[in-house]
Design a binder for this molecule. Structure first.
Ligand code: FAD
Length: 312
């Protein structure tokens, strides 16, 4: 079968783009190097419990994304979690600050990507080269999409002008998940943390509603930068920060450490995608004013619509 569009990257942006193209009748192939789709909606299993190590929740403001989120909610894949996160520092948990509703996934955020991927032609493959036109590892298509952080896209591109268009600095993060024999900390959903090596601490069992005794923290980017080559070395200081925030001794029975070399774009963009007249496109959370799950979906959907129009 000849493919019209090859999408490299099965994160939320690539899957949204692929869906939009398939819905318009185009033949689409999605390639991803990961064992499962989802990208930065990453999760690992601890004692049968799926733990979110990437994005722990999403927010919803765009009407198109709201329709998708409402459908996920109706089918039990997404649930309204909380509109109040605490602030915290080395002295402990502080006040709860009101904000937008945060939606979490009972089966882990990756289940949302797996749902979008259902029915799509997704193949596990590490792509080595894209370009100079719409070609993936030397095989041409009518359009090719790179749906991934800029630094990862730049590595694949052969054309210097396209490399310049894709280039964007990204900040790293290290996620640490700790599972305990039982819950021993004060009740909270999640906290934005300052003045400690972590910037975020969440009760994973409360986010998905099953009450599992699991905490997840994300480091600051400067802390992640120091530990990128050996992320396990960050675990001790992260666990110490968890103890200081929650004010109780914590003795985990399982600890998972995950490195995100490209966690968040350091600079925003004022457009949601990039597409050349030849049919090479870029999308992802880097193509937004603020890196978020919702922004990644919108970017992919916008690029998909542009490709449909261009190939018509
Ligand atoms: C620690 C952390 C916390 C976050 N917290 C939140 C949050 O609370 N709320 C929120 O809304 N967002 C959050 N985010 C951001 C959110 O996860 C991202 O905005 C979104 O998932 C990005 O989707 P994407 O499709 O743009 O990219 P990605 O999900 O990164 O997808 C890129 C895909 O490309 C694939 N790929 C790369 N190179 C190749 C190759 N050579 N060959 C084949 N495949 C390749 C990768 O395997 C990956 O699957 C967080 C992110 C991180 C890392």
């Amino acid at each position: 079968m000849t493919v019209d569009v090859v999408v490299v990257g099965a994160g939320l942006s690539g899957l949204a783009c692929a869906r939009r193209c398939v819905d318009a009748g185009l033949r689409v192939q999605v390639l991803d190097r990961g064992r499962r789709p989802g990208g930065r909606l990453g999760a690992r299993t601890s004692d049968g419990h799926e733990v979110d190590l990437g994005a722990p929740y999403c927010t919803v403001s765009d009407d198109r994304f709201r329709a998708v989120a409402d459908d996920w909610t109706a089918r039990g894949l997404l649930r309204a979690w909380t509109d109040r996160f605490r602030v915290a520092d080395a002295h402990g948990l502080g006040e709860a600050k009101p904000g937008p509703m945060r939606y979490a996934a009972p089966g882990g955020m990756r289940s949302l990507a797996e749902d979008l991927a259902r029915g799509l032609d997704v193949e596990r493959r590490v792509v080595g080269t894209v370009g100079p036109g719409p070609e993936v590892d030397g095989t041409p298509a009518r359009a090719v999409v790179l749906a991934m952080p800029g630094p990862q896209a730049v590595r694949l591109l052969t054309d210097p002008a396209l490399q310049a268009a894709a280039a964007q600095p990204y900040a790293p993060a290290i996620a640490v998940a700790a599972r305990f024999a039982e819950r021993s900390w004060p009740e909270f959903d999640a906290a934005f943390v300052s003045d400690l090596p972590i910037r975020w601490l969440a009760d994973d069992g409360r986010s998905r509603g099953d009450g599992a005794p699991v905490l997840v923290a994300h480091t600051r980017s400067d802390v992640a930068s120091i530990h990128l080559s050996a992320p396990e070395a960050a675990a001790a200081s992260v666990l110490d920060a968890m103890r200081r925030v929650l004010g109780v001794p914590l003795d985990p029975i399982d600890v998972i450490v995950h490195r995100w070399s490209f966690a968040h774009p350091r600079e925003p963009r004022d457009r949601t995608f990039f597409l050349t007249p030849e049919g090479v496109g870029f999308c992802g959370d880097g193509w937004s004013e603020r890196s978020r799950v919702e922004a990644a979906w919108c970017s992919g959907d916008d690029l998909g619509a542009a490709i449909v129009e261009q190939l018509a």
